[in-house]
Design a protein around this ligand. Structure first.
Ligand code: HEC
Length: 97
């Protein structure tokens, strides 16, 4: 019994450090981690838009740079609105790791 009580503070500290580490990691992850709303919009737009003319290429088949080039190319070719193209690119870049 006594041992359990001594362990509790360590568990709490560990949980706190873990939570802080997690939020630091998510905010520091920066440009490749879109906010969840952008990610969801991008995923939806990708599924709806990008398979209209050809088969889907899996997100992990391209690097971030290649996706930037391909999405830019497709934005022009398929006349995709800029904000939608940004959402799709963010989704693809977050999904290819
Ligand atoms: C209006 C039809 C159309 C839509 C919509 C479209 N594409 Fe394409 N896509 C093409 C055509 C046509 C090609 C063949 C290359 C070319 O002629 O431009 C192509 C080629 C590609 C390629 C291969 C490019 C390469 O490197 O050669 C990729 C990857 C691609 N599309 C991804 C996408 C993604 C991602 C989207 C959604 C943002 C998309 N496409 C939407 C018509 C479309």
């Amino acid at each position: 019994m006594k041992q359990k009580r001594e362990i509790l503070p360590f568990v709490l500290v560990a949980a706190l450090v873990g939570a802080m580490g997690f939020s630091a990691a998510t905010s520091a992850a920066g440009k490749d981690k879109p906010d969840p709303k952008q990610f969801a919009r991008g995923a939806k737009a990708w599924a709806k838009t990008c398979a209209r003319c050809h088969n889907m290429k899996a997100a992990r088949d391209n690097t971030d740079e290649e996706w930037h080039v391909d999405v830019t190319h497709m934005r022009v070719r398929a006349n995709i609105p800029g904000d939608m193209a940004r959402d799709i690119e963010a989704f693809l870049r977050a999904s290819n790791k």
